[in-house]
Design a binder for this molecule. Structure first.
Ligand code: SAM
Length: 244
């Protein structure tokens, strides 16, 4: 854990947004609900913390480690799967619905600087990511980009990705919205890039095909150290490429 002195020397990690009228999250349990808290509007950049501020006591309780249905430990297996499928340090990754960085911290650590892009609708999760997890893992120098957005404005990053990871995120939206998100994914995946999603998209096969998606791999990943509890110890991954 870095000292506050060391934290002050680090470049700040910003939460960027393409929206205005953001409703502030003021802590407390309710703020973890995945409510839509933003509306469309002008561009603004928000620095989540000023340099001399100590850590928010709320994040020190690590409630964000319990906010996504299954334990924080799952990040170990998510990362294991990405590497197994071929993730390399020079690749660029969009972590769609990155939350507070359960997978993100591991991916950022592994990738070259400037290659990780996270997007989430939920501001408090991004704050936990930027203000707590990134300093905890000493990841400021890796220059991760974090976008707070409700409209899946992937174009905001101005780049294309080798990998898009959508782990139990787009599936939280209505079927028509998930379809639109996948259409956007198809625009921002590099040629030869891969979309890793879990669980199976709720989009009709014919629509996925129309968007150019080809299912190239499907795997139920076992998470042995998570067996024997009241949640699934498996991840149901689907890997797509775009028809060239
Ligand atoms: C079950 S959590 C998974 C978080 C992360 N992928 C992980 O595995 O730790 C789902 C995440 O998707 C985000 N999410 C849901 N709908 C979204 C949307 N339309 N745009 C961006 N993020 C969204 C939620 O805020 C939440 O952080």
């Amino acid at each position: 854990m870095p000292t506050y002195e060391k934290l002050r020397e680090q470049p700040p990690v910003l939460i960027e947004t393409v929206e205005e009228g953001l409703m502030p999250c003021d802590g407390g349990r309710d703020s973890w609900e995945f409510a839509r808290k933003a509306k469309k509007g002008a561009k603004q950049i928000i620095a989540p913390r000023s340099d001399n501020q100590p850590l928010d006591a709320y994040f020190l309780q690590e409630e964000h480690h319990h906010a996504y249905g299954r334990p924080w430990f799952l990040g170990k297996y998510q990362m294991q799967f990405l590497k197994q499928r071929g993730l390399q340090p020079h690749h660029t990754v969009l972590d769609y619905g990155c939350g507070a960085g359960r997978l993100g911290v591991r991916v950022i650590q592994y990738l070259d600087p400037g290659h990780y892009y996270g997007l989430d609708i939920h501001r408090r999760s991004l704050e936990a990511f930027a203000e707590y997890e990134i300093p905890l893992w000493d990841l400021e120098e890796k220059r991760p980009r974090l976008l707070h957005d409700a409209e899946s404005s992937i174009e905001y990053f101005g780049t294309q990705f080798d990998w898009i990871v959508d782990f139990y995120s787009s599936v939280h939206n209505r079927q028509t919205e998930q379809k639109e998100v996948f259409r956007k994914f198809s625009q921002f995946l590099k040629p030869g890039g891969r979309l890793l999603t879990a669980p199976k998209p709720r989009i009709e096969e014919s629509i996925l095909a129309d968007q150019g998606w080809v299912l190239v791999h499907q795997e139920i990943q076992a998470c042995p150290l998570l067996e024997g509890h009241g949640f699934s110890p498996e991840n149901d991954w689907f890997e797509y490429r775009l028809l060239t």
